[in-house]
Design a protein around this ligand. Structure first.
Ligand code: NAD
Length: 242
């Protein structure tokens, strides 16, 4: 893919998905900075800050000259801390939107989650028209759903264009959640149990393809519909750490 005309700020760019997005932007020659509470890489400009502080986000947007935000930040799933989820995912995402509008950013791509429509039952052959459940699965998914709604409601505000993506399970190099959990199960010797009748399915996407989807969404955000046919998109083969 050729570089785009946008200047990117990847919020949560020190994380698993965020880092793959940064890498793909660098690979195609784009200008990119990272905003995060922790710094793990030193090859792009880094802005240390918390998204729940609008002034920190706005400051980074001004200094970096950002025209497109890719917002991947969230506390990890599975914490027993509803207050943190609502502070970061809901209040923080609203602060990102406010900072984007205040600084004239054109595009906002938000990493949502397939969990926003999941409450424990089977979900088969649905699309984005499926509404969030009456009773959310947990605070993480409820906060992601509220964040996603805020992002989509902000579309058009002050010229800002927004889009939200809903990945399900993500695997690949750099993952610190899924493989760690699976390995802990293995270490506890819990490899001989079965959940359900062994016919359940779950969506998994290679992290490189999740990252690619963010770049494609950003690239197409200011292109009038209809979207191009899927055959135009190339998908990456999955790789694993050596
Ligand atoms: P991750 O924990 O690896 O990365 C998240 C990053 O956000 C971290 O670098 C963290 O420091 C940063 N962050 C957290 N709170 C912050 C704050 N208040 N201000 C600024 N930065 C903050 O997680 P990930 O697996 O890369 O997930 C990225 C996104 O994808 C998340 O929004 C998550 O909800 C979503 N998602 C992940 C999965 C998955 O399987 N990993 C599945 C569906 C959706």
């Amino acid at each position: 893919m050729a570089p785009s005309k946008d200047i990117y700020l990847v919020i949560g760019g020190s994380g698993f998905v965020g880092r793959h997005i940064v890498q793909q932007l660098l690979d195609r020659g784009d200008t990119v900075s990272v905003f995060d509470i922790v710094q793990r890489y030193h090859d792009v400009p880094f802005y240390s800050g918390d998204i729940s502080d609008e002034s920190q986000v706005a400051d980074a947007l001004r200094k970096s000259g950002t025209t497109c935000i890719i917002h991947t930040a969230s506390p990890p799933a599975g914490l027993n801390n509803a207050a943190l989820y609502f502070k970061v995912n809901v209040d923080g995402t609203k602060a990102v939107i406010a900072a984007a509008v205040a600084t004239g950013v054109r595009k906002l791509v938000f990493t949502s989650s397939a969990g926003v429509v999941f409450n424990g039952g089977d979900i088969i052959d649905v699309d984005e028209r499926l509404p969030p459940p009456q009773v959310p699965m947990d605070a993480y998914n409820e906060s992601k759903a509220q964040a996603e709604a805020a992002v989509l409601a902000a579309n058009g505000k002050g010229g800002l264009l927004t889009v939200a993506l809903r990945p399900a399970g993500i695997f690949g190099p750099g993952d610190r959640q899924v493989m760690t959990g699976l390995y802990q199960v293995y270490e506890r010797g819990q490899t001989h149990f079965q959940i359900g009748d062994n016919t359940n399915l779950f969506d998994w996407t290679y992290v490189g393809n999740v990252a690619r989807a963010h770049l494609l969404a950003a690239d197409r955000l200011d292109t009038p519909p209809p979207a191009p046919p899927l055959s135009e998109f190339e998908f990456l083969p999955a790789t694993v750490d050596a």
